[in-house]
Design a protein around this ligand. Structure first.
Ligand SMILES: Nc1ncnc2c1ncn2[C@@H]1O[C@H](COP(=O)(O)OP(=O)(O)OP(=O)(O)O)[C@@H](O)[C@H]1O
Length: 850
């Protein structure tokens, strides 16, 4: 050995970090504290002794696994070896030592997305878009290779150093052939697709899309789309087909979520259509990491690219420090031997070089390079002649000297490969040393669960509360095990709603109650309290809206938990609580919370919402929140109203108003102000029935066009929130007496409307058959309405005061359906309308809300 190299080895030994006890070393890894816990695995942070890279080691005691779980583990091992995607945590090594299996993978320092959501609540849509696009890109990569994940959830999505997404946990992944259906029940209940909850055979890819719909919902709302505290209730909620989306979610995003949360899997989005949805492409030009680019960045060739030539510098380094021969290195790396420490060392060093080079630390290296150390850049097969660099930097300093791949002690220091206390995230020792292997899991920042406020005493570590994946494998369905579950009848629910897909309609005259299919027997009626509440929402934005699950405050939630544990079944679901609130307060929705808006204005209640009872009635002054756009302060609103009136008096010159709107569209759902053949177009607002009545227009025009109203010199205008963050017009009455408050009560809250893509006749037939099934009489009117264009319209009038109008409207000629509730009995009527809407959604997955 050359003197320089001997010196280098001596330095290396000196610089080695203080060794942890022997039993804290696994293979070439110094193992540190536990960072996660699954059903059968503990995940610990570790550091590779040569590459000095932090890794995560999933440690599984195989002797404790039954046959199914063993099989699951083997499948995970097989899958992770062959996937390589920037948003999937990369596997480096598999070690089998006695009864233990160790899966070494890329360490994701940002923690679980789940924890981030708990800490911060929902996230703005552009952040949600970034995270969701990255997840979608990983899922697209998997699906295009026939791999289904089957356990997509916020806990299995980690954040890397730059807050980029890293998908983990391939325990339930599987290969799915074309047209093949799967049978194994797996996943986590709140993310489970309806077909899984029903125990049907299912398309794993479509089940993944459902989970992604749940994920996006959580990201943008901070809560679950189907909150419930038992699986039975969850199932009812999921199968109702009703997804309530809070007002602050943009129209595009709401539409996107609904396209993923379609009950019928064959009509649900595929990953390809998902990647193309317009919400995914908002801001594409500005944002470098948009989904299209993410997809393009992934090589179309599947699986990890085969290494054709090894990097000589890394090889030399490994020969020096790993004491492996060239032949051994070539064999292990070319053979992609995951059970060899040589392969792992090479990959870790290679990734380190690649990462450093992309991080552009070259100016530091320029100062430090003292030796000739050439590297092959990513994608290059050979080192550039005469170039020099370091393993750490991945940058080369070009000079005329020939390649002399030696490494000095000084260079080692530069590489961050030796010093125990260097500042690199990869090589820092702190995470490894601050916890003994026997210690419990790290307690930091982990005392908040979904809906579980900070400071609440959570017994046990946060990991005990972590939601684990459930698996009811085929094994669980064996006759023996089936016998352990109560008879399927116990899981039958009745639900006063027309039958879901696949059920024959009830003949007339029979009770209007339909049994829902029984819950998958492997799913006992376990309480899922941890899923049942909304995530905390940033204080400034806490508001209840649109019949959404109302946010409980800390004290209430503690009480709720106490009651739940005393008697889980007796406690009402959040939905039920919400409904009781609604009936108590006359069915008025949307008016619980004050208008604290992001722009600093608005009417503030001295007692913040989150300090009051969850369902306490807001003082009248707060009720504007249901009406005012959350993006507008009261001042801005009155300014706009003034401007509007002025505009009317100045020959309809709307350019100033238009400009004003444009300015205000900042912070609103991607400006709704577009030029569609008219100088100012606004989102349509459905208050038709009321408006039509006042204007003697046939009741068929199921939504009205604010632009035309504008042009017809309407005398009064208010600014509304439908969709919530859009700015819109709505005409109230000629009397000039109506206030936004009155308007909201008389119209906005009592009208539900959707747009269907199926023909009017089918819509009407479905409505009529549903009403027949429910034994609700109705009268029907057919009309042809002449307003701008000839339009067909049908109207169903119910004795309870519910009016249903269906009209085909230009320009798209879609079927607009409106449900207006005209009497005081709104809670019951509302439920009926919801059921009917649900039916329409089931037969038309492409429906949208107006
Ligand atoms: N690569 C990683 N980097 C950082 N933390 C990780 C990594 N892999 C796993 N963890 C942590 O460990 C936890 C458990 O890991 P994982 O989900 O793979 O285990 P599991 O046994 O499959 O869990 P479950 O049984 O709930 O599905 C993760 O939620 C995460 O917090």
């Amino acid at each position: 050995m050359a003197a320089a190299e001997e010196q280098c080895m001596a330095d290396w030994q000196l610089l080695r970090p203080l060794r942890l006890p022997l039993w804290n070393i696994i293979g070439l890894y110094d193992v540190g504290r536990a960072i996660g816990k699954g059903n059968f695995a503990t995940v610990r942070i570790a550091r590779h002794q040569i590459a000095k890279t932090k890794v995560a080691i999933k440690i599984i005691d195989i002797s404790k696994l039954d046959k199914d779980n063993l099989q699951k583990l083997e499948r995970e091992v097989e899958v992770v070896k062959f996937i390589n995607h920037p948003h999937i945590a990369k596997c480096y090594e598999i070690l089998r030592i006695e009864d233990m299996l160790y899966i070494v993978s890329e360490y994701c320092s940002g923690g679980e997305l789940y924890e981030t959501l708990i800490d911060k609540g929902r996230v703005p849509e552009d952040i949600a878009r970034k995270w969701f696009s990255e997840t979608a890109s990983a899922v697209s990569y998997l699906h295009s290779r026939g791999i289904v994940h089957r356990d997509l959830k916020a806990e299995n999505i980690l954040l890397g150093r730059n807050s980029d997404i890293k998908l983990i946990d391939f325990g339930f992944s599987n290969l799915q052939g074309e047209d093949q259906l799967l049978n194994t029940w797996c996943g986590s209940p709140p993310y489970a697709a309806p077909e899984l909850l029903l125990g049907n055979s299912y398309d794993g890819m479509k089940a993944d899309i459902w989970s992604m719909g749940v994920l996006l919902y959580i990201l943008v709302t901070g809560g679950f789309p189907f909150p419930s505290d038992s699986i039975n209730k969850l199932k009812i909620s999921v199968l109702s087909g009703v997804v309530k989306i809070p007002y602050w979610v943009s129209v595009e995003c709401a539409d996107f979520i609904r396209k993923m949360l379609v009950l019928n899997p064959s009509k649900r989005y595929s990953i390809q259509s998902l990647m193309q949805h317009r919400w995914m492409h908002i801001g594409d030009n500005m944002n470098n990491s948009n989904s299209a680019q993410l997809l393009e960045a992934i090589p179309s060739s599947s699986i990890r690219p085969q290494v054709s030539k090894l990097n000589p510098t890394i090889m030399m380094f490994m020969q020096q420090h790993g004491k492996w021969s060239e032949e051994q290195i070539v064999d292990a790396v070319m053979g992609r031997n995951f059970e060899s420490p040589i392969f792992a060392t090479y990959e870790l060093l290679y990734d380190k070089v690649k990462k450093s080079s992309s991080e552009g630390t070259h100016h530091r290296d320029r100062k430090c390079h003292t030796s000739n150390f050439a590297l092959i850049g990513p994608g290059e097969e050979f080192p550039r002649r005469g170039s020099r660099g370091s393993i750490l930097s991945g940058k080369a300093v070009i000079d005329e000297e020939p390649l002399t791949p030696t490494i000095s002690a000084h260079q080692l220091a530069q590489l961050n490969l030796s010093s125990p206390d260097c500042d690199s995230d990869d090589s820092s020792n702190s995470d490894l040393c601050d916890d003994s292997p026997n210690s419990s899991l790290h307690p930091v920042n982990h005392d908040r669960q979904f809906g579980l406020p900070q400071g609440l005493d959570v017994t046990g570590s946060r990991h005990e509360n972590r939601r684990h994946t459930l698996c009811a494998s085929e094994q669980l369905l064996s006759p023996n095990l089936m016998g352990q579950f109560p008879s399927p009848n116990l899981y039958m629910n009745t639900f006063t709603m027309p039958p879901p897909l696949g059920f024959a309609p009830m003949p007339e005259g029979q009770a209007a109650e339909f049994p829902l299919p029984s819950l998958h027997p492997a799913l006992a009626t376990m309480p899922i309290a941890h899923y049942s509440k909304m995530l905390p929402v940033p204080k400034s934005e806490r508001r209840a809206s649109a019949g959404e699950t109302l946010l409980p405050n800390n004290v209430d939630f503690q009480q709720h938990l106490a009651n739940l544990s005393a008697n889980p079944m007796a406690f009402p679901t959040v939905e039920e609580e919400g409904r009781s609130y609604l009936s108590k307060f006359g069915g008025k929705r949307n008016t619980v919370h004050c208008l604290g808006n992001q722009m600093g204005g608005g009417i503030q209640n001295p007692i913040p919402r989150y300090q009051r009872g969850p369902y306490s009635k807001a003082p009248p002054a707060e009720r504007r929140s249901s009406w005012a756009s959350p993006s507008l302060s009261a001042q801005q609103q009155s300014h706009l109203e003034k401007l509007f009136k002025q505009t009317l008096q100045t020959n309809n010159d709307i350019s100033r108003l238009h400009k004003e709107f444009k300015g205000l569209s900042y912070g609103c759902a991607q400006s709704q102000i577009t030029n569609e053949g008219s100088s100012l177009a606004c989102p349509q607002i459905s208050i038709t029935d009321e408006y039509n009545r006042q204007h003697n227009i046939a009741p068929s025009a199921s939504s009205f066009d604010p632009v035309s109203i504008f042009q017809k010199n309407a005398q009064e205008v208010v600014f509304g929130q439908r969709p919530a963050t859009a700015i819109g017009f709505s005409s109230t009455s000629f009397s000039g007496m109506s206030t936004p408050e009155q308007t909201a009560r008389s119209m906005e809250d009592r009208v539900k409307s959707i747009v269907c893509t199926i023909p009017l006749s089918e819509v009407v037939d479905e409505l009529k058959s549903s009403l027949n099934i429910l034994k609700i009489p109705f009268s029907e009117t057919n009309e042809v309405v002449c307003e701008q264009q000839v339009t067909e319209m049908r109207r169903l009038s119910l004795p309870s005061g519910v009016e249903i109008g269906v009209a085909v409207l230009p320009p798209e000629h879609k079927s607009h359906v409106e449900f207006a509730i005209l009497n005081q009995d709104s809670p019951t009527s509302e439920m009926l309308c919801d059921q009917l809407i649900c039916r329409l959604r089931m037969i038309d997955p492409n429906w949208s809300s107006e």
